[in-house]
Design a protein around this ligand. Structure first.
Ligand SMILES: *Cc1c(COP(=O)(O)O)cnc(C)c1O
Length: 410
């Protein structure tokens, strides 16, 4: 971590060193602290730990040094190079959860109550949309879904619906990779004192830092690029109001019981070490795959905000360092051609999820977004023939060769 003698200048170095290494037996990496509880030298020390803000050495549902290492690293990456309202280096607080869904539950439940509404947009991650419409709805927290890519309608919706207390943005959104202008939406939301939460999973903090635009919370499913190897499920909630994080957010987090476990947290920390290196390769490969698909006669269209033809290309360029490695595309032959294509793949992997070392392909309409009613899916741009693709770290010539042979004769 940066100190008075040496200031880290690159996010890649920060991803390796932010957690520090002050551990027992001079362990270089943060060990897997597989311990449900932590000892107090004296009763007074126990009292002190309970009174302190750092609750990582009491009981593992409340925090654990292995969780803390990953939390510190991700918070440092989201804050990297940003300033708070007073012009000081931004400090953020993060809590690692058992899954993205658990982190999102803490995020919404700790900030809303029955009678409140969430304003969000089309083409959300399937699990998010279901959490909002099938679970939160039952608790009295309702959701308004609108086309937030059209900034001109946002203020009117907020004025007409005073129950809206929070605006949730997922950008790039999954699986259409539509982008929402974080700065523009946050600017309007803040006029009405609304909270703004951003799902930054598809971008990672290396490509996009939503806190720059004054948002309140950033969320990641760490299952994806942050872990990067597909070895563990996890989710993290990061907040800019550290006082709120230490009190309200922490209370909901520990009492809902969505804590992660030391082994998954360790795998996440190991993955973070190579985040920058991986993202460079993911991104370089993705651009080549997007260009290849866009030029292929069997392909109807490609959703990738890095392509100048994508309607959200300028928003992507404004708020992201790169369009990332998630994309989707539709074949001219529709769902049948899509299925034949997926079945013919020899190296690329048929699986949901994204952000792993391996290139993964899936079919949202029959898999990740199957539980979303067809009409809603179509409004989100998730057509029956859409194929989702997470470009991996393989050698680009092999990815393209696999696609070439699978697309032949479709
Ligand atoms: C995967 C994902 C989630 C849910 O995270 P889990 O780790 O599967 O619980 C939420 N949002 C987005 C964008 C995701 O990709």
């Amino acid at each position: 971590m940066s100190n008075s003698f040496f200031e880290i200048k690159g996010a890649g170095s920060l991803a390796m060193h932010a957690a520090g290494s002050e551990f027992a037996e001079h362990a270089h990496l943060t060990p897997i602290f597989a311990s449900s509880t932590f000892t107090f030298d004296t009763a007074e020390q126990g009292t002190e730990r309970f009174a302190g803000a750092d609750k990582t050495r009491i009981y593992s549902r409340w925090g654990n040094p292995t969780f803390n290492a990953a939390e510190k690293t991700i918070a440092a990456l989201e804050a990297f190079g940003l300033k708070d309202n007073d012009g000081n280096a931004l400090t953020l607080k993060a809590y690692l959860h058992a899954s993205g869904q658990a982190a999102m539950t803490t995020m919404f439940m700790s900030n809303l109550k029955a009678g409140d509404s969430i304003l969000t947009h089309y083409s959300l991650y399937g699990g998010t949309q279901e959490l909002l419409q099938k679970v939160l709805e039952d608790t009295g927290i309702s959701t308004i879904i609108a086309n937030l890519r059209d900034i001109s309608i946002v203020e009117d919706i907020i004025i007409k619906n005073p129950s809206i207390k929070l605006v949730h943005i997922e950008t790039p959104a999954n699986p259409t990779v539509n982008c929402i202008d974080i700065e523009a939406v946050t600017g309007i939301a803040k006029k009405y004192n609304l909270l703004v939460t951003v799902d930054n999973t598809a971008a990672t903090p290396l490509l996009q830092q939503p806190f720059k635009y004054g948002v309140d919370f950033v969320f990641h499913s760490t299952t994806k690029f942050l872990n990067g190897h597909g070895t563990a499920i996890g989710g993290i909630l990061i907040g800019r109001n550290t006082e709120h994080m230490h009190n309200k957010t922490w209370k909901w987090h520990v009492l809902l019981g969505g804590n992660t476990n030391p082994f998954d947290a360790f795998l996440l920390s190991v993955g973070l070490k190579t985040l920058e290196l991986r993202m460079e390769r993911h991104c370089n490969n993705a651009v080549q795959v997007a260009n290849y698909l866009a030029g292929h006669p069997a392909v109807l269209h490609v959703n990738y905000a890095g392509l100048p033809s994508h309607p959200d290309h300028s928003i992507c360029k404004k708020q992201m360092k790169h369009a990332g490695a998630l994309m989707s595309f539709e074949l001219k032959g529709g769902i049948e051609a899509g299925n034949r294509f997926i079945n013919k793949l020899q190296m690329c992997v048929r699986a949901i999820s994204f952000g792993t070392t391996d290139t993964l392909l899936s079919h949202p309409a029959s898999m990740s977004h199957k539980s979303i009613p067809k009409e809603e899916r179509l409004k989100s741009g998730i057509t029956d023939g859409l194929v989702r693709l997470s470009v991996g770290l393989e050698n680009i010539e092999d990815i393209l060769a696999d696609f070439e042979q699978a697309l032949q004769g479709l």
